[in-house]
Design a protein around this ligand. Structure first.
Ligand code: SF4
Length: 238
């Protein structure tokens, strides 16, 4: 795999687990709010880490680390993802995959082989305006296949959307909840502008749904979304 980074310890990336996070290089989306440009834009790729370095570290941390998150970039673009996750499982770790859902066949294979214990899929926008948030022309049929797959596969999962002022409105959040209707869990995350791929988003100061002035509105939003999904969570940046 092309591995651009390793976060040795994370308490927030794998629900309920102390985890390491492996970041793969390359992505087929260009979300303007992405803060991982060095993992997305080939011109900004840094040096890679070898699998030996990753497994060398993990094999000495079996007592402390419970899980390994494979994030990116978009991990499902890596041709040897399956083999990598197999090695992680063989070491005794639980695995979590972060994906943008564009490769449902890859996700299905990982599920069928029991290589993913948790899957977090980004839902970039409601289906009608997906391209606005993912920066390319998305194949919505693939996104829908991935959503349907996660809802029925029996593996623990969540759908999550980063809410960006100027790109997502309050009503869009409800539309997304409808698009994933019947899902076990929908999480909205606060946008952090500091390292956004689109310079224009970095310093834009706009009213955000996550501002303290909108807390009641966010709670009302929770009630509306819970008409479509079983669980709804709000992740603040700070
Ligand atoms: S935020 Fe978008 S561009 Fe960045 S890694 Fe995720 S899917 Fe790719």
């Amino acid at each position: 795999m092309l591995i651009g980074g390793l976060q040795k310890v994370s308490l927030i990336d794998f629900p309920g687990k102390i985890a390491s996070v492996v970041f793969t290089q390359a992505c087929n989306f260009r979300c303007p709010f992405c803060h991982n440009a060095t993992l997305v834009d080939r011109r900004q790729f840094g040096p890679t880490l070898s699998e030996d370095e990753i497994f060398g570290y993990l094999s000495t941390r079996k007592e402390q680390i419970e899980g390994v998150v494979i994030s990116g970039g978009e991990p499902t673009l890596q041709s040897d993802l399956k083999q990598f996750m197999c090695k992680v499982k063989d070491l005794g770790f639980r695995t979590k995959l972060d994906t943008n859902g564009t490769k449902p066949d890859v996700v299905a294979e990982l599920i069928n082989l029991n290589l993913a214990d948790f899957i977090a899929m980004d839902i970039k926008h409601d289906f009608a305006r997906y391209d606005l948030a993912c920066g390319v022309q998305a194949r919505i049929e693939d996104i829908i296949r991935s959503i349907d797959l996660l809802k029925t596969c029996g593996v623990d999962y969540e759908f999550r959307t980063t809410i960006v002022p100027g790109i997502h409105s309050r009503n869009d959040v409800v539309s997304i909840a409808k698009n994933i209707g019947g899902a076990k869990k929908f999480v909205i995350q606060e946008f952090v502008p500091d390292h956004a791929m689109d310079n224009n988003l970095r310093h834009r100061v706009k009213e955000s749904l996550f501002d303290s002035a909108h807390r009641i509105e966010l709670e009302n939003l929770r009630s509306e979304c819970l008409r479509y999904v079983a669980d709804f969570d709000i992740r603040y940046a700070y």
